[in-house]
Design a protein around this ligand. Structure first.
Ligand SMILES: NC(=O)c1ccc[n+]([C@@H]2O[C@H](COP(=O)([O-])OP(=O)(O)OC[C@H]3O[C@@H](n4cnc5c(N)ncnc54)[C@H](O)[C@@H]3O)[C@@H](O)[C@H]2O)c1
Length: 320
């Protein structure tokens, strides 16, 4: 049965992941508004069928938009996303990731939004995990201000649910890669390595290259967003009852990532090594049992996802 057309706000819909999510809501038949200040996003990423509002999520005018449109669903992807930038300027990170979030939450509360999908990060909220793959219930001790603001965002949402009855879901992504990604996100290495391979330059690996991440293709991330936008929610009151890891459950080393991208690119320009970066996590791999139990599956292989990403970056160069 086709679900009724919803009015959906996608924040960060000019960015990498948010623009794919906006595409998917439109494909489902929903009406989509994109709010984005274009600080890192690009106007060309916003789907043409969406209504684009160039605005900072901290702007009080966001609340007027909520009153005018009366959204059914908010999908919040806009954020300060750079872990290092959050270390360099924790206050700026908090203004966007917390004050911006609160501006949206107040707009949602005032206008009775049906559901709020919040994007958290499984790569940072657990800090240096002790259990692999890491389940949602693992200790959460973030090691960066970005990780702290993502976790605090979940706490605010939990408060809005318990006190204001607002439905929400938090998605804790692995390291997301795919077409339209830029080098600054949590899986920026895919864009960086792809560009180096296209230039025939050696790939730079920090440390021994055996550090692992849960590299997740953006189309699997989009599928998770579509599922949690409509699935029935259970009534557990804890933070982890409303949070779902989204990842492959596999830990892929930087060395394996480089090998696979070289295969995809059909070139081997060699490797150079730099000292390990201080404070970098050794391993990250997410347990996705909870989301799989709700019907989500991770359909993309590493090579398949990297091939699509690499070809997108290569084609972008030809048309630039
Ligand atoms: N890329 C990953 O691996 C990854 C992993 C975990 C979580 N996430 C989360 O996913 C979301 C999207 O990340 P992405 O990788 O697509 O990054 P991105 O930078 O491509 O997208 C973020 C978008 O938010 C916009 N934005 C930033 N500050 C804003 C503000 N104050 N007001 C309005 N718009 C603003 C940017 O212009 C950009 O379009 C973020 O919440 C990020 O924390 C990403």
């Amino acid at each position: 049965m086709k679900s009724p057309r919803k009015k959906v706000l996608v924040t960060g819909g000019a960015g990498f992941i948010g623009s794919h999510v906006a595409d998917a809501y439109l494909a489902r038949g929903d009406s989509v508004w994109v709010v984005d200040d274009l600080s890192s996003g690009k106007r060309r990423n916003v789907p043409t069928e969406a209504t684009f509002v160039e605005m900072d999520i901290r702007d009080p005018a966001v609340r007027d938009l909520f009153r005018t449109v009366e959204f059914d669903l908010v999908n919040h992807h806009a954020a300060q996303i750079d872990v290092r930038a959050s270390v360099a300027d924790p206050q700026f990170d908090a203004t966007v990731n917390l004050l911006g979030l609160l501006n949206l939450l107040e707009g949602a509360r005032e206008t009775g939004v049906g559901r709020f999908v919040f994007v958290s990060s499984g790569g940072v909220v657990y800090g240096e995990p002790e259990t692999f793959p890491t389940p949602e219930g693992a200790p959460k001790l973030p090691l960066s201000p970005y990780g702290v603001t993502k976790l605090t965002g979940e706490l605010y949402l939990n408060y809005y649910r318990r006190i204001h009855d607002m439905e929400y879901v938090a998605l804790r992504y692995g390291n997301v890669y795919g077409p339209r990604q830029d080098p600054h996100g949590e899986a920026g290495v895919v864009a960086i390595f792809s560009s180096r391979l296209l230039d025939g330059k050696p790939l730079t690996v920090f440390g021994d290259g055996e550090q692992t991440r849960d590299y997740t293709f953006v189309k699997d991330i989009v599928a998770a967003n579509m599922l949690v936008s409509v699935m029935p929610l259970e009534d557990g009151g804890g933070l982890d009852d409303a949070a779902f890891n989204v990842g492959t459950g596999q830990g892929v080393s930087v060395n394996l990532l480089a090998d696979t991208l070289e295969t995809v690119a059909g070139v081997q320009p060699g490797r150079s090594h730099e000292p390990a970066r201080p404070g970098e996590l050794r391993h990250s791999r997410l347990d996705t049992t909870q989301l799989r139990a709700r019907g989500w599956d991770c359909g993309w292989t590493l090579e398949g996802g990297l091939r699509e990403t690499f070809e997108h970056i290569a084609n972008g160069r030809q048309t630039a």
